[in-house]
Design a protein around this ligand. Sequence first.
Ligand SMILES: Nc1ncnc2c1ncn2[C@@H]1O[C@H](COP(=O)(O)OP(=O)(O)O)[C@@H](O)[C@H]1O
Ligand SMILES: [Mg+2]
Length: 419
Amino acid sequence: MRVLVVGSGGREHAIVHKLSKSSRVDEIFCTPGNGGISDIAECVPIKATDLAGVRQFAIEKSVDLVFVASDDPLALGMVDMFKKEGVRVFGPTRDASIIESSKVFSKNLMKKYGIPTASYETFDNPEEAIRHIMETDMPVAVKADGLALGKGAIMAHTREEAVAAVKSIMDDRQFGDSGNHIVIEEYMVGREVTVLAFTDGKTVVPMVSSQDHKRAFDNDEGLNTGGMGAISPSRIYDEELSGICMDSIFQPTVKAMADEGRQFKGVIYFELMITENGPKVIEYNARFGDPEAQVVLPLLKTDLLDIIDAIIDERLDRIEIEWFDRASACIVAASGGYPVDYKKGYEIEGLQDLEGTEDVFVYHAGTMKENGRYLTNGGRVLGVTATAENLDSALAKAYSSIEKIRFTDMHYRRDIGKK
Ligand SMILES: Nc1ncnc2c1ncn2[C@@H]1O[C@H](COP(=O)(O)OP(=O)(O)O)[C@@H](O)[C@H]1O
Ligand SMILES: [Mg+2]
């Protein structure tokens, strides 16, 4: 069959790579894809947010399945569009992906259904928000309601910082309409874990746990980024915790969405804080995470396409999903200056030295291919990923691999997976 994957990052490379291993997949297209994806799929320069363009392409090529992998097209209703068109499609509808695209919605959902999360208030005008800040203990998290490229959540340690955050979101409209509403919430202390899960709207099957590293520099310093590296499984997520999360968070969330008439089908991402008082939800995403997909998918033993089919047909309870009993680590090679200001177009060298290295795979994020050469084309450039029998070996292998890669001003964290 012919599959179209919509998106262009390391996550999409990991998805395309996994799908390319399926015996039932004959041809893969990716809109728009990137330099690395173009080695294993036909990349077509149509933006993921160009709904009409993607639809026309999918129909032209009579694809059998569309996998909508990134957040923007989901929030724009790409899944709804293909459903209407009668094209088989994987991902949540617009009504369901609101669990990611509106933090006000997701916080209210958790409150209504008793799902543990940080206590919070929502505001639609800055004066009220500032009045609230003056009466609240610091620190707090100030968050724009809508999608903001992973930059819309500001941790404020003083009232001044909190007020500045409100002003930049609501008055300066730093994130545009995403800041029409804000959430101000209790600052939680604990360790973070990500659990991705497959769900068909009824059954929920968690994947192996993972941990992202959001800050740009070692020791969690610098600005928040899209993610500088990840490990799987998490070092702290054990059987007991997994049972608690299943009962208090995963199942209640999927059921709540169904009860709200927003049945969620696809991959749901639980970002969790493990606090003294148990696990609490930081936020939900409506799709695979990036770079979490790069560490979790290599550990998946079952054919991804079989899982996708079971989800679309709502029979996830009838298949068994298996994992390799291994660990994986992904180190992101970023452009110097990311996430603020960086140049593109540098040649990436050393990739061929890694070809054929066992259990090592370099996922491309912001790259393009020109005359057989790979060039940097984004802030996050590559996700150098390795799997091994345990986490420390996977990390060692990923680090020895990334050392072979060079491009001008390349930057990566040296402490992924250490904590
Ligand atoms: N209430 C909170 N307490 C402590 N840390 C938080 C809180 N909310 C968010 N964070 C931190 O900020 C990061 C980004 O917040 P999140 O809600 O996930 O927004 P985004 O949409 O930017 O991913 C989280 O990964 C977490 O590290
Ligand atoms: Mg997040």
